[in-house]
Design a protein around this ligand. Structure first.
Ligand SMILES: Cc1ncc(COP(=O)(O)O)c(C=O)c1O
Ligand SMILES: Nc1c(O)cccc1C(=O)C[C@H](N)C(=O)O
Length: 407
């Protein structure tokens, strides 16, 4: 590739970015986030950017609700019911009708509740837990512990072969909707249907899909699901995760962490546990109110935003990034491990690259923030609410320069 042709590519791609931004129905959303003009933030798949509404809301939560109302806020400021309320705000984004999602605890804790709860609902003789072998580590660790606790055998299966691993012995399968490293989107409708055909339940980890693409939990008959809210839902560092239990399973959901917050009558202070009905049954102890209310404020950016529009822009952004990378980066320097097919792609692009750790450090120093995952993966997350096509072109251009300079 000559520098001359690179120059003409640059002009054409910048012009294309300008036109795409001009036509972007979500472009006004960017102003609702706190971002630096000189930084391209492509790490929203790890920690979403701060919605501008949050600091003011939290000032009120701290100074007035906590500072002045104190204990009265559990009722007067709606603290007690926040987990269900926030759950219902997340629900439409993952395709769930109200009353099935509860916010609270970490994703890891919710994976535990969902898996053990699913094993307790599974039929007799079902002595296997199937887990995605390429999973984000925490899911694997917890699945292993859940298997030991419940006396089940853990079967690790590659997501491509997960359907073949399901059978009459399967109690539950734990699968990631989008792979955290490659950005591959797994077949939620197909795997869910196959699990049901085998008489098993399925738990989906939606960490990398909630807020990035339509999930369709109710539509596809998913049994249980968990997800975090600090990535594409922009809830803030360590913001509460969520748990979905399909309505018709709720009365059979026997939580392995039956805390007082999921009791039918928490203030009855009974020594005997009686679970509440509905999504509340997924609660455990006192919710982290400061994080919960920061998340609730953050979710306001979704008002009037259809998740389908987010998906359309996400695919356009990742397509455009791949196009710019192909045009700018010298052949052979990076290799995309993110599927080219839209039906198999989440909202990130992962590029295998020699010296990826050092390359990412230089990129960050030059204002393009993605992240590095061992051993050789550069990850770029595209959050359609605040990433523009101009950002995308710039990221690929800087990447090409960094890679060419050999850092
Ligand atoms: C797929 C997946 N599951 C779980 C987690 C994390 O779980 P937790 O929120 O408990 O840290 C992450 C990322 O941190 C993830 O990518
Ligand atoms: N949860 C994280 C954290 O507490 C610190 C740093 C990163 C994270 C992440 O979310 C990592 C992320 N799930 C990943 O996909 O790699």
């Amino acid at each position: 590739m000559s520098d001359l042709s690179l120059g003409s590519d640059r002009g054409a791609l910048r012009e294309k970015a300008r036109k795409l931004d001009e036509a972007d129905p979500l472009s006004a959303k960017r102003a609702e986030f706190v971002l630096d003009d000189d930084t391209v933030y492509l790490d929203g798949n790890s920690l979403g950017a701060l919605p501008a509404v949050v600091p003011g809301r939290m000032a009120d939560v701290v100074a007035r609700q906590w500072g002045r109302l104190r204990i009265r806020s559990w009722t007067e400021s709606g603290w007690w019911t926040a987990p269900e309320r926030v759950g219902d705000r997340i629900a439409p984004l993952v395709g769930a009708a109200p009353g099935q999602v509860v916010a609270g605890d970490s994703t890891s804790v919710n994976v535990f509740k969902a898996l053990v709860g699913a094993v307790r609902m599974a039929g007799e003789g079902r002595d296997e837990i199937v887990v995605d072998a390429t999973t984000f580590p925490t899911d694997g660790y917890i699945a292993e512990s859940a298997a030991r606790l419940t006396g089940r055998r853990l079967v690790a299966a590659d997501p491509a072969g997960i359907v073949d691993a399901l059978g009459p012995r399967t109690a539950v399968a734990l699968v990631n909707h989008v792979d955290y490293r490659s950005g591959r989107l797994h077949d939620l409708p197909g795997v869910t249907a196959a699990a049901h055909e085998a008489g098993a339940l399925v738990v989906w980890d939606l960490c990398h899909s909630a807020g990035a693409l339509p999930v369709g939990l109710d539509e596809h008959g998913v049994d249980l699901a968990v997800g975090c809210t600090y990535k594409y839902l922009n809830g803030g560092p360590g913001s509460p995760a969520f748990l979905y239990v399909r309505r018709d399973l709720q009365s059979r959901f026997d939580s392995p962490l039956p805390g007082w917050n999921s009791h039918r009558d928490p203030f009855g202070m009974s020594g005997r546990y009686e679970p509440a009905d509905g999504a509340v049954r997924g609660r455990v102890g006192t919710p982290d109110i400061l994080s919960m209310l920061a998340l609730e404020a953050a979710l306001e950016v979704w008002d009037g935003v259809p998740i389908e529009a987010v998906r359309d822009k996400s695919l356009a952004l990742t397509d455009f990034f791949l196009e710019c990378v192909a045009a700018y980066v010298r052949p052979g320097r990076v290799e995309s491990i993110t599927p080219a097919r839209h039906g198999e792609r989440g909202s990130q692009v992962a590029l295998r690259c020699a010296g990826a750790g050092a390359v990412m450090e230089t990129l960050i120093a030059r204002g393009v923030v993605g992240d590095f995952r061992h051993p050789d993966v550069l990850r770029f997350g595209f959050t359609p609410l605040y990433v523009s096509f101009a950002d995308t072109e710039r990221a690929a251009r800087v990447l090409a320069e960094v890679v060419a300079a050999g850092t």
